[in-house]
Design a protein around this ligand. Structure first.
Ligand code: ADP
Ligand code: MG
Length: 460
């Protein structure tokens, strides 16, 4: 028989075998290779000794019947040979298939991890190491974060990142998560905002009435993890039970050599609600800061961002934005978003002229400083700036002072130290004011309105 003819002949027989033999035998049939057909004898080769024996012992007659049916030869029969070379080829192929399967599993795990992470944390897939612009201001934090992503729980554990709002702490943390789920999908990563953790904890204890079994389910959610990313730890509440639980979660992860990364807008020692034991633990790891970027880095950030958005603009536009948004990368990017949206709607290109018109930075720059804020707040509450700077403790003055401090922080992104200098207060007092106002704002509608009105007056 010609080779091709033989192959076709064998395919037909194989089909017959598959349709007549039970399914559990199929894995022994597929690897059979045909080697010849002569005088009613069909020789097939297999690399599986066990397959040969099993087929010979239990299915020989059925196989012969299939052969006879297809060939039309009454006495046709099989000869099944075991061949070592065939075995080797088979082994290689099996390995290839297994590798493919495990790669597929890894990918699936990554996707699963990804969706878990996204759903539990609003993971922002835009936050990657690749689109984090490195400058002097953040270089150390970046390098350490990268090292943690590449080799979790080896050197820097826990890692504590601190810096003012809008400087890239969340971006770096999520980049660690992002890196892990794509490069090390076997590891379980969890990103949690501290207030989400606290709310989750409180609602869970309420729901379960502190039922031990359910609470331990809750604990597992936070300890059954290889890398935990805890954002904005300054929002931790000092409520005994929450802190106790948080501490034991931390301890469980730490003693099991899991990576812990924490972000905060201030140092552990400046978080008044933080339990002392946790403070000590945090300080024992590596503490790194991110400060506002210099001009060159700001320029690179805007430029890279434009590329990401696929918006074209000349360098003078990037220069203008970089010159005018100095303390906060979120605002820097926000400003660029705004002008690119204007450019798109107006149908004109993104020119320096348009940027100037839309952002109107000159006018703003002239107006808002900490002293304008203090003046506007004093006017609003019918006080003087001197009152705000004084040590007077009357409720009205204290309240106005808290608001002024809060606005200086929020509008100008000033450091606690710099605000403290202006108001002649310690930085811890300034922090206290900021936290107090932020906390009250959650429920106090009047305060919200006051702040909006003062902000509006700042713009005029
Ligand atoms: P934080 O958590 O410190 O308040 P985020 O990480 O949320 O700040 O950063 C605010 C915005 O600024 C995000 O859009 C982030 O992508 C961007 N950002 C911050 N630093 C950088 C950087 N170095 N390169 C690129 N984008 C940055
Ligand atoms: Mg953040």
């Amino acid at each position: 028989m010609e080779n091709i003819e033989l192959k076709r002949f064998w395919e037909q027989i194989k089909e017959e075998l598959i349709s007549t033999l039970p399914e559990n035998v199929h894995p022994w049939i597929y690897p059979l290779e045909v080697s010849g057909y002569d005088k009613g004898v069909l020789t097939v080769v297999t690399g599986q000794m066990m397959g040969r024996d099993l087929l010979r012992r239990n299915h020989y007659e059925q196989m012969n019947q299939a052969l006879q049916k297809v060939s039309g030869e009454k006495n046709a029969r099989f000869v099944i040979i075991y061949d070592e070379n065939a075995a080797k080829t088979l082994k290689k192929e099996t390995e290839k298939i297994q590798k493919k399967i495990s790669e597929k599993n890894l990918k699936e795990m990554a996707m699963e991890n990804l969706s878990n992470m996204q759903s539990s944390s609003n993971l922002n897939l835009k936050y990657k190491f690749e689109n984090f612009v490195v400058g002097e201001n953040n270089e150390f934090a970046y390098k350490v974060a990268k090292a943690v992503a590449e080799n979790p729980a080896t050197k820097y554990n826990p890692l504590f990142i601190y810096g003012n709002s809008g400087l890239g702490k969340t971006h770096l943390m999520q980049a660690i998560g992002h890196y892990t789920i794509f490069n090390n999908p076997k590891l379980r990563v969890k990103y949690t905002k501290t207030d989400d953790y606290v709310n989750d904890y409180i609602s869970n204890s309420r729901k379960t009435n502190n039922n031990i079994e359910n609470m331990s389910k809750f604990n597992r959610k936070y300890t059954n993890i290889d890398i935990i990313l805890i954002d904005d730890i300054q929002f931790i509440e000092s409520k005994m039970k929450t802190m106790e639980d948080f501490f034991s979660t931390f301890e469980a992860l730490y003693t099991n050599n899991k990576q812990i990364v924490i972000a905060s807008d201030r140092l552990p020692k400046d978080i008044p609600t933080l339990d002392n034991r946790l403070r000590t633990r945090f300080e024992m790891g590596l503490v790194v800061d991110i400060v506002p970027p210099d001009y060159e880095t700001r320029f690179e950030i805007v430029k890279a961002y434009a590329q990401e958005l696929e918006v074209e603009a000349d360098d003078d536009v990037f220069e203008y934005v970089a010159e005018n948004f100095v303390n906060n990368v979120r605002e820097l990017k926000g400003a660029f978003n705004k002008i690119s949206a204007y450019a798109e709607f107006s149908g004109t290109g993104l020119t320096l002229d348009l940027a100037k018109r839309v952002l109107n930075c000159e006018a703003k720059k002239k107006e808002i400083t900490v002293s304008t804020i203090a003046q506007k707040v004093a006017d609003y509450f019918d006080l003087t700036v001197k009152d705000l700077k004084s040590t007077a403790r009357q409720q009205k003055i204290a309240h106005a002072r808290h608001v002024a401090v809060y606005l200086a922080r929020e509008v100008l992104q000033m450091s606690y130290e710099a605000i403290g200098e202006f108001f002649s207060k310690k930085h811890t007092t300034i922090m206290y004011s900021c936290d107090l106002v932020a906390d009250k704002l959650k429920t106090d509608e009047d305060l919200k309105i006051s702040i909006e009105e003062i902000k509006a007056s700042l713009r005029n």
